[in-house]
Every structure is written in structure tokens, then in C-alpha cells.
Design a protein around this ligand. Structure first.
Ligand code: ADP
Length: 408
């Protein structure tokens, strides 16, 4: 009987031990599986975080420390070895202009138990600015149900910001261009309209004195003057658009710069006469090179127009010279001149520095001219003194065709 009881006990203990081992085995297997799953999840999470330039952060509200993913520390330029959860180390990397805004938003979200979301700048290393967006919310302790942590994600939006800024800049430039253009077009359009209305009135009222050859010629000259102005403004708008979109093409050909200069001066005579400005020139022939004729005509005309507009009705001096490798075309006036500190600025887009309020303009002519000359591998030199006049010299290599690809 005793033996029987002993046997049952041994058998019982053995069964219990077997069951316990089996349970432990199953438990270990499940644990292993869970661990593998967790590792897989962790790897996927890390991959997702890495691909999305994203990091995670977890703020312990009781101990005021932060734990961060390695992606977040990378984003902030913080060495994971030295980082020991100090918030101050992270705050030190926030752009000084954004730090107060960030602290206020985070503290408000913690206080109101609301969702935190903010875009701000970081300086991970001196000289580098990175835009990030951070989102977070309360995490409740599963045991007590108390909010003890505030956790979230952060991701890099620098590229997006750069694109947004470039777009905003382009929109601003476009608005500026259209505003300047409509403002500029109003004067010649109104003047043209008035001249045509006067002609129409004279015709309707059978007013023969208004139609002598001299009066008709004067009226046509005035109308042509306004039409030229309108054409110039429209050309400037189109050129500015082409330059900003990188579509400003050049067509190089061989021609005589002396002959081209004479041709432009000949066409410019009407404008100079109309404005009572004398043109004095020294233009040798046979300065042959390879350039874009149409564009150089445009640059010269622009300098001549400026010479008339800012020249106080004094004569304009045009000179063409060459040495063995370059051609030099100079337009000199004795007008209002340009202050030394403004002399670089005037080649920028929409830049106007003239104190002459009555002279209208969009500040595009020299910007376009400068781009054209740069595309020829040349430069525009300026000598000017306020109140004494200005001298613009276009310097051109004799063969612009041999240039490498576009320089702008
Ligand atoms: P705008 O149509 O406004 O004249 P430009 O690009 O041709 O545009 O010139 C830019 C600015 O440079 C002008 O607004 C003017 O202030 C200055 N400028 C250009 N040419 C002369 C000149 N010959 N004398 C004095 N100022 C000049």
C-alpha cells in the first residue's frame, strides 16, 4: 500500500514536472516568437523613421528627462554617447528665434493636455539650419491611468520649406513684375489714347488746320515714341520671365560691331531728337566678332535710352574700340550720375536708385543687359559720380561662341 502511494506520488511529481517543463517550453517559445516579432517591428519602425527623416521623443514629466530615438539625435546633431536625457542639451540646439515659441507651445499642450504640433528651426551644427515639425501628445500610465509622459515624433521638413520659400520668392517676383509692368504701361497707353482721341476729334469736327504735313508728322512721331516705350516694357517683361525660367537663348553669328552700332544709333535718332539730346560718336568699322546681334542691339539701346532719361539733356558720347582680344563699347552721359554705394545694386532685378522721381522705369533694363553680356563672357564696367554723369562700357571677348555652356 505504502509502495503504491509512493509510486503514485512519484508519478504525480513526474507528471507535474513534465507539465511545468512543457508550459515553460511553450512560454519560452511564445516569448521567443514575441521577441522576434518585436525585433521585426522595431526594425520596420527604425526603417520607417529613417526613410521619413523622422525621430521619436518621449518626455518623462516626473523626472523632466527625455528619451529620444537615434534618428532624432541624428537630426539634432547630438552625440548619443554623451546624451543622457537632458532637455537643456536639446533646447540648446533650437534656433534662438524659435526657442520661446517652442517652449510656450509645448508647455501649453502639457498644461491643457492637448495635442502639440509646431514647425521650428534647429541648428544641429553651427552654420546649418534645419526645419522640423514636431507632434506630440500625452501618454497615460497603463497601471495608474495618470498622464506621466508626453511623447511624439519629429521630422525633417527642410527640403519642403526650401521649396515653399523658393515658390514664395518666385510668386513675389511675379507680383512685383506685373505690378511694375501695369504701372509702367499706364503712362504711354494713356498718352497714346489721348493723341488718338485728339486726332479723332479733329477729324469729326472737320478741322483742316490739324492735318498739315508738319502736324501729322509731329503726331506720328509722338505716337511712335509711346509705342516704342510700350514695346520696350513688354520686351523687358518677356526677357525677365525667360531669364528667371532659364529659357534665355542666345544666337551667335559673325558680324561687324561697328556696323551694328551705327545701325542702332541711326534708329535711335528719332528718340534723341524728340528729347533734344545730341549724340556724338566715334565708331570705327570692321570690328568683326561672334556675338548675338539682336541681344547686343538691345543692350546698346538700353544704355542709350538711360543716357537720355538720366542725362539732363546733355550730349551722349558713344565710342567703340578694340584691342587684340576684346571689343569695348562705351556710352557716356553728363547727367545725374550714380552714388558709389548704388553702383553694384543697379544691375539687380527691379533695382532703381534714381533720385529723379519724374523718370519712370521698372529697374529691369540693366538687369537684362548684364545677363546678356555675361552670356557673352563679357562684363559691363561703370564709372560714375553723382551729379557729374555716368560711363557704361560693354567689354566683349571677340568670339563669344567659344564659351562653354550658358553662364547663368
Ligand atoms: P529703369 O528702367 O528703372 O531705368 P534700369 O535697369 O535701366 O531700369 O536702371 C536701373 C537704375 O539705374 C535706374 O532706375 C537708375 O536709378 C539707374 N541708372 C541707370 N542708368 C543710369 C544713368 N545713365 N545715369 C544715372 N542713373 C542711371
Amino acid at each position: 500500500m505504502e509502495n503504491q502511494t509512493c509510486g503514485i506520488l512519484i508519478w504525480g511529481s513526474f507528471s507535474v514536472a513534465c507539465i511545468a517543463t512543457l508550459v515553460a517550453l511553450i512560454f519560452r517559445l511564445r516569448l521567443k516568437k514575441q521577441f522576434q516579432e518585436l525585433t521585426r517591428n522595431q526594425e520596420s519602425l527604425e526603417f520607417a523613421l529613417e526613410s521619413g527623416h523622422m525621430g521619436t521623443w518621449d518626455l518623462d514629466l516626473i523626472h523632466d528627462t527625455v528619451s529620444c530615438s537615434k534618428e532624432m539625435l541624428e537630426l539634432w546633431g547630438v552625440d548619443p554617447q554623451t546624451f543622457q536625457g537632458q532637455r537643456s542639451l536639446l533646447q540648446g540646439k533650437v534656433h534662438p528665434e524659435d526657442l520661446d515659441r517652442m517652449n510656450e507651445a509645448l508647455n501649453a499642450a502639457i498644461k491643457d493636455k492637448s495635442v502639440y504640433e509646431l514647425e521650428y528651426r534647429l541648428i544641429p551644427t553651427p552654420g546649418i539650419v534645419r526645419w522640423v515639425v514636431s507632434r506630440g501628445r500625452y501618454v497615460f500610465d497603463p497601471k495608474t491611468g495618470n498622464p506621466t509622459r508626453f511623447a511624439g515624433v519629429i521630422y525633417d521638413i527642410t527640403e519642403k520649406k526650401k521649396r515653399e520659400e523658393a515658390l514664395a520668392e518666385a510668386m513675389k517676383a511675379r507680383d512685383q513684375l506685373f505690378m511694375a509692368a501695369s504701372h509702367e504701361l499706364r503712362t504711354p497707353l494713356t498718352s497714346l489714347q489721348l493723341l488718338l482721341q485728339v486726332n479723332q476729334w479733329d477729324l469729326n469736327h472737320h478741322f483742316p488746320e490739324a492735318f498739315t504735313a508738319e502736324k501729322i508728322s509731329l503726331s506720328i512721331n509722338k505716337q511712335l515714341h509711346h509705342l516704342n516705350r510700350i514695346t520696350r516694357i513688354v520686351d523687358h517683361i518677356l526677357d525677365e520671365t525667360r531669364i528667371s525660367e532659364g529659357r534665355f537663348n542666345m544666337h551667335f553669328e559673325e558680324f561687324d560691331l561697328g556696323e551694328m552700332t551705327e545701325y542702332v544709333l541711326d534708329g535711335f535718332k528719332i528718340t534723341a531728337d524728340f528729347s533734344d539730346v545730341k549724340i556724338l560718336s566715334s565708331i570705327p568699322k570692321k570690328i568683326v566678332g561672334t556675338w548675338d546681334r539682336f541681344r547686343l542691339e538691345q543692350v546698346l539701346l538700353n544704355l542709350l535710352m538711360n543716357g537720355v532719361r538720366y542725362g539732363n539733356k546733355n550730349p551722349l558720347y558713344i565710342e567703340l574700340k578694340k584691342d587684340h582680344e576684346k571689343a569695348y563699347l562705351t556710352v557716356k552721359d553728363e547727367g545725374i550720375g550714380i552714388r558709389l554705394e548704388d553702383q553694384d545694386k543697379i544691375f539687380n532685378c527691379f533695382e532703381r536708385v534714381s533720385p529723379a522721381q519724374d523718370v519712370r522705369g521698372m529697374g529691369l533694363g540693366l538687369f537684362i543687359s548684364h545677363n546678356i553680356i555675361k552670356r557673352h563672357g563679357g562684363e559691363i564696367l561703370l564709372k560714375s559720380e553723382l551729379g557729374k554723369g555716368s560711363e557704361f562700357t560693354i567689354v566683349l571677348p571677340m568670339n563669344s561662341l567659344s564659351l562653354p555652356d550658358p553662364l547663368i
